[in-house]
Design a protein around this ligand. Structure first.
Ligand code: GLV
Ligand code: MN
Ligand code: MN
Length: 423
């Protein structure tokens, strides 16, 4: 059979309803309903809920005849064997952990679209030349253990895995301990060493922004991912009585933290509104209304597509914070640094061609969110397939993509995987 005919068969075999049923079933693990009726997900990585989600995925994969394996970072691999078992696999996937107030599609969609695409390829009687592996990366979100992407950073050796050992969650549990517990619970799975060089990597994901929907497009052909740096700022002052201590004698950590954030707002000012600067967490100790704050810990999430802007302004964070202190002292710790990724043309071109062959309207676009693909791009030709999501909403229980949009992404993915795994 000609290659294009095989690709068409694989795309036709994508089962929209099965994909949707699985997304909804996966979404019930850690699922909750908000007062205004949205169905969100809170599935922290390496938690019992994460384990339940992995087990559900493993059950589907085994029923589809895929071989399951796990690596020391607890990244999970589902493999469709190729005619040449020794050839470098084509890798696809995403993550199954969520934000604390997350949605049902961020991450899970890419894993389940990968499974759907691989099942469709196998059901069409196609035996690709190369193996195709679907991966569920550990801890993409960084919601429980910050930073995110520790699974893909370990796999790609962007950072040594041991660097993450001592990260603690809000309850003080170490990442290394949670990982060891997870691996012990999955000890029935064949384990494999960390990392290999894939032939190519492609990740399907909801757009998490408004463009595709607003412009009436079916598919986003992702050309790259903007850079991102995360900092933790600790401002140390002294606790005192709120009723008796004159302001001039205080070391008020909240007041100096506010000064620091104002100075950072000025540093990060961008009239073009391209730069993204977020203080998403602000924790006060002792956190009572009638005591002066002894300590504030706040986070910075700073993103920009231009490596120079990311470097220059990011490098100025520590000094900006230090200069803003009046009575307190501050420490700045950088805990994540993902350089901007420009995808080589190979995979985006294959994605665009696949969308066109399916009669879908495709738009070339960069990604504002970070993804595991950012690290895979250092190893192999990489690309992403975006599908529209309602109102561009994500990291929110209202996150939603239609069953047809989800199926379109899986159809494109099935064609892309067939193409990339053919030679
Ligand atoms: C990923 O979840 C991101 O924050 O971009
Ligand atoms: Mn995601
Ligand atoms: Mn996310």
């Amino acid at each position: 059979m000609a290659q294009t005919a095989m690709e068409a068969d694989a795309a036709r075999a994508v089962d929209r309803d099965r994909l949707w049923r699985r997304l909804m079933e996966m979404g019930r693990i850690g699922g909750f309903t908000t007062e205004d009726g949205h169905e969100g997900v809170n599935r922290p990585c390496l938690s019992p809920l994460d384990r339940e989600a992995r087990r559900l995925l493993i059950g589907w994969a085994r029923a589809a005849g895929l071989a399951v394996a796990i690596d020391p970072a607890a990244n999970l691999f589902l493999r469709l064997e190729g005619r040449d078992a020794s050839a470098a696999p084509v890798l696809t996937g995403s993550h199954m952990d969520s934000q604390p107030q997350g949605g049902r599609f961020d991450g899970s969609y890419g894993v389940l679209a990968g499974l759907e695409a691989v099942e469709a390829i196998a059901a069409s009687g196609i035996r690709p030349q190369r193996p195709i592996e679907v991966v569920a990366w550990t801890n993409e979100e960084g919601g429980r253990f910050a930073p995110g992407c520790t699974g893909s950073m370990s796999f790609t050796k962007a950072e040594p895995m041991a660097k993450f050992d001592d990260i603690r969650d809000a309850e003080g549990i170490r990442y290394a301990d949670a990982l060891a517990e997870q691996l012990a619970l999955e000890s029935d799975l064949p384990s494999r060493p960390l990392g290999y060089i894939p032939h190519a990597y492609v990740e399907a994901h909801i757009e998490q922004g408004p463009r595709l929907e607003a412009e009436g497009m079916d598919i986003g052909v992702v050309t790259g991912i903007q850079g991102c740096r995360w900092f933790t700022v600790t401002v140390e002052g002294r606790t005192d009585h709120a009723g008796t201590t004159p302001l001039r004698l205080r070391k008020d950590a909240v007041q100096d933290a506010i000064r620091a954030i104002q100075a950072l707002n000025a540093l990060m000012h961008d009239p073009d509104d391209v730069l993204r600067f977020t203080v998403g967490s602000f924790r006060v100790k002792p956190d009572t209304s009638n005591s002066v704050a002894r300590e504030v810990v706040f986070t910075i999430d700073f993103r920009h597509p231009d490596a120079k802007v990311l470097r220059d302004r990011g490098d100025a964070v520590a000094e900006t914070v230090a200069r803003a202190m009046t009575t307190c002292t501050a420490r700045v710790y950088e805990r994540f640094h993902a350089a901007p990724a420009d995808f080589a043309p190979l995979v985006p071109d294959v994605v665009e061609l696949a969308a066109r062959n399916l009669g879908l309207a495709a738009l070339r676009m960069p990604s504002g969110a970070f993804h595991d693909a950012q690290f895979l791009a250092r190893l192999c030709p990489t690309g992403m397939i975006f599908i529209p999501c309602r109102g561009g909403v994500s990291h929110h229980p209202a996150e939603y993509a239609t069953p047809e949009a989800c199926a379109n992404g899986a159809r494109v993915l099935a064609r892309v995987l067939c193409d990339l795994a053919a030679v």
